[in-house]
Design a protein around this ligand. Sequence first.
Ligand code: ADP
Ligand code: ADP
Length: 232
Amino acid sequence: MITVRDLSKVYRQGNREVRALDGVSLTVPEGSIHGIIGHSGAGKSTLVRCLTMLDKPSSGQVEINGVDLTAARSDALRKARRRIGLVFQQANLFDSRTIADNVAYPLEIIGAPKARTREKVTELLGLVGLADAGAAYPAQLSGGMRQRVGIARALATDPDVLLFDEPTSALDPKTTDEILDLIQSLHYHANLAVLVITHEMHVVKRICDSVSLLEGGRIVESGRLVDVVNRL
Ligand code: ADP
Ligand code: ADP
């Protein structure tokens, strides 16, 4: 489960301040998919960076299963970060590594045993429908397949939270539907808390249980999908 409390981020540019996030709070329980929707400039990228501590929030807390990432230091933070699997708009794969080695990468980083890693990679490639693609290279795959690899890689360390940053913005409508189906099927299996950050309402409508509307760094609407959609 992920809990965000009163999260703010202020950027300083000379003597001007940009409040990119302004008191964002939200909770995503395990087994549910929460959407964050907002236009360009709403603060979505900043939120992704602050949730993963790629950027330090100015104030507020981000808790994964009760562990506060904003208070954690180096070792504890590295551990806590592994509780979050991050999937980008473009899968951001290593072009010189095979698909299997891309998925294995997070496990290599933490020094997981090789046999365990091979087993896990096989399991994950099967899960995302790429059982036969392990030896291929990213350039040989379609955009949708690369995104599946990105999802498999994000799941490698058995995270509790999956964070999708514009997961389908670079895909055509048919591939988008396939990836959204995959995201939905995963969270039932793994009991993950899933957070999907997007500017596309159809993405939210198709897979999210609940949604928050981000505007100017603030959450201006939040609730069950049906309720929020009715209020918009
Ligand atoms: P989105 O991802 O929804 O398009 P961003 O998080 O990129 O929104 O940006 C939110 C606001 O914060 C914008 O006004 C943007 O210009 C500003 N911003 C984002 N990153 C920085 C930064 N590194 N320095 C200064 N301002 C920033
Ligand atoms: P997106 O809409 O995909 O978030 P942006 O154009 O908003 O892309 O931002 C691209 C990158 O530039 C992000 O890392 C963002 O934080 C940074 N950025 C956005 N606005 C500013 C700004 N005013 N000053 C400095 N960096 C910014």
